[in-house]
Design a protein around this ligand. Sequence first.
Ligand SMILES: *Cc1c(COP(=O)(O)O)cnc(C)c1O
Length: 468
Amino acid sequence: MPDYRVIPSIEQLRQRARVQALEAVHGRRATVDALRSEADAVRVLMQAGETLSEAQAETRIVAAAADRLRQQFSGSLRAVINATGVVVHTNLGRAPLGPGALERVVSVARGYANLEYDLARGVRGSRHGHAEALLTTLTSAEAALVANNNAAAMLLALAALAHGREVVISRGELVEIGGGFRIPDVMAQSGATLREVGTTNRTRLSDYTAAIHGRTAMVLRVHRSNFRIEGFTEQPSLAALAATAHERDLPLVEDLGSGNLVADLAHEPAVAASIAAGADLVCFSGDKMLGGPQAGIVVGRTALVERLRRHPLMRALRVDKLTLAALEGTLLEYVAGRHDDRVPVMRMIRMPASHIASRAQALRERLVKNGWSAEIIAGVSTVGGGSAPGVELPTMLLAVAHDGLGPEALEAQFRALDPPIIARIETDRVVLDLRTVFEDQDEQLARLLQSLENRQHGDHEGHEEPEG
Ligand SMILES: *Cc1c(COP(=O)(O)O)cnc(C)c1O
């Protein structure tokens, strides 16, 4: 029969300075609950045959309770270090915001703002005016509106312009955009009916014209943002499709997916080019290539944008002040021509492999000094997030190994750090791509990796202490 008297009472534990510190942070009730659970766990251990001294039992209960409380109250949404080299990583929150966007979010969020207030006239204003002037300047469109995301923008466009009528679309563009969301399903919710034309690989102008009749409400073009069709393919140009739609008094709506605002990015069509080619509405995401917050942006003709704005769904799909602040902050960087430096997505896409290599080299030297094996190898980063399919950005990867751990085990240890480091496994090695690691995180990354050594060779019991 184990001697359970070594397990201290909760009241005894509450006299300890360490426990009092926990109570000060987490409150009495949660702390006592955690201590009880961990005392029970120790009792179970002893039942199973483990013998503990009083001091050991106490240390174990308090340390485990502290861990439990930290996990319980740290929130589940956390910052991570993205060392995957996927710039717009959908699983890792897509676009990180730049300093200009963050400053505006903070200044708007910490107090009141003129979200729906007309400062010049002192009367109620509209939230829809924010960001519009910046968007029209950057795309040369007549008008703009912002919805919750691009799927919402599409839903709104279809509901407002094609409810109960038909939308002509090429079979080659009925895409699934990830997470199981398919364009045809979104369209069905809008009350519009799809009229698919052509084949997967070839659709001609005549296929569109043959399908247009009295119940047709619009022609839709969906950018193939996350895949490519190669080989025997055909697709009319956007300009030709727009001209055809206009001859029949129909609007041409384009779902561009990623919203590229600059002309010189080879990988992605620019929004302004679609407007110039005659698209009447163009929808795109705020948090893909544009590098801003989650949002769905619609730019195009004033009369059409107005119809979307007045639709009842607009109220359900509108964005809040934080999104508008982050979006304006991001767009202002483009207007000022500072985006390559101050919009992280753009900065990362443009970062030359030579610069990534020199950062990787510095990290390599530190790790090798500490007994890691680390090697710099050529590789590729990707834009990701349903942008620029097939486009590979040349990069320099740091392939690392440590302590005879297999790649899966090492990669899992990286994920257990605080903050977690998300790495890739490539040809059986863990690789770090510093393209997507912020330069001011290089030091933290190095220290986090070094903390793994201490853990392995130290007397730690596998609890991760925060570092850096
Ligand atoms: C990403 C994408 C969407 C969805 O955009 P969200 O902002 O994620 O809602 C829609 N259409 C295309 C073509 C896309 O690439």
